[in-house]
Design a binder for this molecule. Structure first.
Ligand code: FNR
Length: 367
């Protein structure tokens, strides 16, 4: 089908299923275990209803905001997904250009299929903000080298993934072998500066990672540190106490611990706990959320409950698989239009007008 026929994020997934090799599609689309968490990530948004305001002048709507000090046109970023060349030969470079053109941020994965230099080199202008997702290695010298490289390349946020002490028990794992060996498989697409894949995945998992390590990260870099994969309010408070600049409530798109709660479900208690502890959410600490964001209304709900911004994973991969860079831009335009429409119908002119009392969460925990 032509790109114009793609009218929402779900349309891209159906096409991706047709155009991708089955190994790539199953790598992108699967979750862990029985996919309970993956399914719930999106379904939880269906239990939040709106309390729209009427009679507000919404002839002009401003969707722009700031994330870690960078101006963005929309409170949405593309989250890190490894090996993007499995989706499209331009891989992460296409995502760099699409996000640049749209004025939003790309979080670059540690396990990218292009080198960091290639991806930062694909910026549409020198000031385009980009973040790096970090898988910490048992080899901390290597981790330090990656961070130094990030600094050199002007990365503005370091998102340390903390929900992967081991690789999750994915349903897809029975396909892993094919995936590594296939034509379009990881072996062929991983940037060769990081070695071969068979030895690479274990290098980027460190089961010993713990709270005491934060001080070390802070001592070696000035880039703000955000923990990606926080899954309960107690850890949100700990991240703040350890001097992180923020957190991403995330369960890795349901690819790690099955039965981890959907991030939107814990967002209200996370915000309450941070406020209770005295965290200044206007200044010192930013809360992001990803997992199951598929609609502009999902973005609105997350913001109403306190998120500074939201990340998408699979939708961008599907759009990239189907139509390359243009597909990703089309996807972002669809989400932008949906979000703008939601803002108008909710009676909100700007991001700061979006408040908790605009959503009804009485049924959120009901499932
Ligand atoms: C991911 N995700 C991920 N996260 C991370 O920290 N490092 C990584 O290398 C990857 N790789 C990755 C590959 C694929 C194929 C997927 C689908 C996801 C998780 C990602 O950053 C994000 O948390 C989720 O994808 C968000 O959920 P949705 O939008 O996919 O529902």
């Amino acid at each position: 089908p032509s790109i114009e026929e793609m009218q929402n994020t779900f349309d891209f997934q159906s096409v991706a299923k047709q155009v991708l090799k089955s190994t790539a599609y199953s790598y992108f689309s699967s979750g862990s275990g029985d996919n309970m968490t993956m399914r719930e990530n999106h379904n939880a948004y269906h239990r939040i209803w709106f309390r729209p305001q009427i009679m507000v002048d919404v002839s002009k709507v401003d969707m722009s905001t700031e994330m870690l000090g960078a101006k963005v046109s929309l409170p949405l970023y593309i989250s890190a997904t490894s090996f993007c060349k499995m989706a499209h030969p331009e891989g992460e470079k296409a995502l760099a250009r699409a996000t640049g053109n749209q004025g939003i941020i790309q979080m670059i994965p540690t396990l990218a299929s292009c080198s960091l230099g290639e991806i930062t080199g694909a910026r549409i202008h020198s000031k385009q903000p980009q973040w790096l997702q970090l898988y910490v290695s048992t080899d901390r010298k290597m981790t330090q080298r990656i961070i130094q490289q990030a600094e050199k390349n002007g990365i503005q946020g370091l998102f340390i993934t903390v929900d992967r002490a081991i690789v999750g028990p994915r349903g897809r794992s029975r396909n892993d072998k094919d995936m590594f060996n296939d034509e379009g498989g990881i072996q062929k697409v991983l940037s060769n500066e990081r070695g071969t894949t068979s030895n690479i995945l274990p290098l980027f998992v460190d089961p010993s990672l713990n709270w005491n390590d934060i001080a070390w990260f802070k001592s070696i870099t000035k880039i703000p540190i955000i923990l990606k994969g926080v899954q309960r309010w107690e850890d949100a408070v700990l991240a703040w106490r350890h001097g992180c600049a923020g957190i991403v409530l995330s369960n890795h798109g349901g690819r790690q611990l099955d039965f981890a709660p959907s991030p939107i479900e814990i967002l209200p208690e996370v915000m309450d706990a941070l406020k209770r502890e005295g965290c200044n959410l206007k200044k010192d600490f930013e809360v992001y959320i990803d997992g199951g964001i598929r609609r502009g209304s999902d973005i609105f709900k997350a913001l109403a409950l306190g998120a500074k911004g939201v990340g998408i994973g699979r939708p961008a991969l599907y759009a990239l698989s189907c139509y390359g860079e243009k597909g990703v831009e089309h996807l972002l335009n669809l989400l932008r239009n949906e979000f703008e429409m939601t803002m108008r119908l909710m009676g909100t002119k700007s991001i700061k007008d979006i408040e908790p009392d605009m959503v009804d969460i009485r049924n959120l925990k009901d499932h």
